[in-house]
Design a protein around this ligand. Structure first.
Ligand code: ADP
Length: 289
């Protein structure tokens, strides 16, 4: 399987929402990381053909998804939207039946897949409850289940953990890891922990541009020497905040410990050599300066 983006561009008035985005994806989880406004939704919307591009191509197996194969592409695409525009009065099972119809699955496929998917997202016992009685996390799981109907080859997940508490976040992340075999999964998020441990490749998107696309390991390596930690007073903290990008601040017995990320760091702050993570990568490349 191969999904290629070539010079994909979308503008809204003077805003370049996506700027000559070029990337090739194969089976695996691709974490698309960027702050609000980076262009993540625009990329998803172009892929699901809900907005029109200005320029560029999206090729699935070598063929543009908008050309004659467009309909065929829709059949291999699963989409979990950001909004919970859910059918509150439906039960989880009815909602999945309805979506199966929209996706033109036949009755046999629907009968087979719906119980499997409900089980996969841990909702078998609640399948006949109305969606309006569900927690945010359960609603997200229903959305994930519907995206998986028809066993899509390309799965698009837009902020799958938006509005969830940490426990539910981990749950959704684990489900995604479980189903990502033999699929191209695009997972857009501004939350680093959503893709931690499940993304084989991370795409850093900033103001419509692809800054980097690489494995988490390589991205982490690329900022070696650019992370430091040191102790300071509360007054000094204010000064540091003006000058540096600050990750965590920890209260310790001897004062505040700051984690700073950048090309220029205070001399007296020891460099962090171990335990640099994707959070630091995010701060270094994507946090506004
Ligand atoms: P993200 O999903 O990363 O938050 P978006 O793709 O939603 O980013 O937005 C990228 C840029 O395009 C932003 O500057 C946003 O304001 C702009 N944008 C997105 N959709 C529209 C729209 N329908 N009309 C005007 N501007 C838009």
């Amino acid at each position: 399987m191969k999904l290629q983006f070539q010079n994909l561009t979308k503008t809204y008035g003077h805003t370049v929402a996506l700027d000559h985005f070029t990337a090739t994806m194969r089976e695996g989880v691709y974490g698309i990381l960027g702050p609000n406004g980076a262009g993540k939704s625009t990329l998803m919307n172009l892929l699901t053909d809900t907005v029109t591009r200005d320029e560029g191509e999206i090729l699935y197996e070598g063929e543009d998804i908008l050309k004659k194969q467009g309909k065929a592409f829709r059949a291999v695409l699963g989409y979990m939207p950001q909004q919970q525009g859910l059918y509150e009065e439906f039960t989880a099972r009815h909602f999945l039946c309805y979506m199966a119809g929209m996706k033109r699955l036949n009755t046999r496929q629907a009968k087979e897949q719906i119980p499997q998917l409900l089980a996969l997202v841990g909702l078998s016992a609640q399948a006949d409850r109305k969606i309006k009685s569900f927690s945010g996390g359960m609603k997200q799981r229903v959305l994930l289940a519907q995206a998986l109907l028809g066993d899509p080859k390309v799965l698009v997940l837009d902020e799958p953990t938006a509005g969830l508490d940490p426990e539910e976040r981990i749950r959704i992340r684990n489900y995604i890891a479980e189903i990502s075999d033999r699929k191209i999964v695009l997972l857009a998020t501004h939350v680093v922990s959503d893709i931690e441990s499940i993304a084989e490749q991370v795409l850093l998107l900033y103001q419509g541009r692809l800054i980097h696309m690489d494995t988490p390991q390589n991205l982490i390596r690329s900022i070696e020497g650019k992370v430091a930690e040191g102790v300071c007073t509360r007054e000094e903290l204010t000064e540091y905040q003006k000058k540096y990008r600050i990750g965590n601040v920890y209260q310790r017995a001897d004062g505040l410990t700051l984690r700073l990320v950048g090309d220029e760091l205070p001399e007296h702050f020891p460099r962090v050599t171990q335990q640099i993570g994707l959070e630091d990568v995010y701060l270094y490349y994507l946090e506004k300066r």
